[in-house]
Design a protein around this ligand. Structure first.
Ligand code: URA
Length: 252
């Protein structure tokens, strides 16, 4: 028969896990459980303060706190292979939020989304094509950690990471979401239809208009399809009442 757990052993287990997550390798308990609980509260406060403990309603600060929380995430296997988490880039009050799939090698190394070859193309599409500074939009991914060898995200990885992106969208409150590729489109639109069918047609995520378009990595392999992606981005500008800049507003 399994022996009954001593009273308080669940709480003690949680406390030990808590210290382990903070990087504490050894703890000497000698029966001082209450003292440890007090210590835990003090550390939580300190961690929150250092992370810029966000007053509710301050989106930039709440995003900063969330980024800090994500940085120590161990909800799925990708925490074992990542160099670092990749949270987001851009403005917390952006009108447009771009959502990609997952960090690649360059993003994993730099901790910033869309900085590799695909990212450079995305930046050109935003800056040269749409005429907007990259820093004025918000860019995030479905997954915050790089899948090894850039393999596709697994369903359980997406499920583990889901709450983070949902929170980012809630905090930024963009007027338009642009889904880059099928993983972002499937996440936002809860469909499994192919991206070539979905692209260019407005959908909706919790009342926010969603424009699904082709992923920049795909466009690097199929440059002839840039025209379609460009049409999708023009539709975004039109929806927001932004004129495509006459001189620059040409296909990137
Ligand atoms: N591809 C993505 O989907 N996201 C990145 O951040 C980089 C490449």
């Amino acid at each position: 028969m399994t022996p009954a757990r001593p009273p308080g052993s669940d709480a003690l287990g949680e406390t030990l896990a808590y210290f382990r997550d903070l990087g504490v390798a050894e703890l000497y308990l000698d029966g001082r459980f209450e003292e440890i609980e007090e210590e835990k509260k003090k550390i939580s406060l300190k961690v929150k303060r250092e992370a810029g403990g966000a007053p509710a309603g301050d989106a930039a600060a709440e995003l900063q706190s969330l980024a800090f929380e994500v940085s120590s995430c161990v909800k799925c296997r990708l925490c074992k292979t990542r160099k670092q988490t990749v949270f987001a880039d851009g403005s917390s009050s952006a009108r447009i939020m771009f959502i990609g799939e997952a960090p690649g090698a360059d993003e994993d190394a730099q901790g910033v989304p869309f900085v590799g070859r695909a990212g450079q193309l995305l930046t050109r599409m935003i800056e040269d094509g749409m005429g907007l500074p990259r820093s004025s939009v918000y860019i995030a991914n479905v997954l915050k950690c790089r899948p090894p060898e850039n393999r596709n995200p697994e369903p359980d990885e997406i499920a583990s990471c889901r709450g983070y992106l949902e929170r980012q969208i809630d905090l930024v409150k963009p007027e338009v979401l642009v889904a880059l590729g099928k993983f972002a489109a499937h996440f936002l639109l809860e469909t499994d239809e192919g991206i070539t069918r979905l692209r260019g047609k407005w959908g909706s995520y919790r009342g926010i208009p969603v424009m699904p378009t082709l992923h920049p990595s795909y466009l690097l392999r199929q440059p002839a399809q840039k025209k379609e992606a460009w049409e999708d981005l023009l539709a975004v500008l039109t929806r927001l009442g932004i004129d495509a800049p006459a001189r620059k507003g040409k296909q990137p």
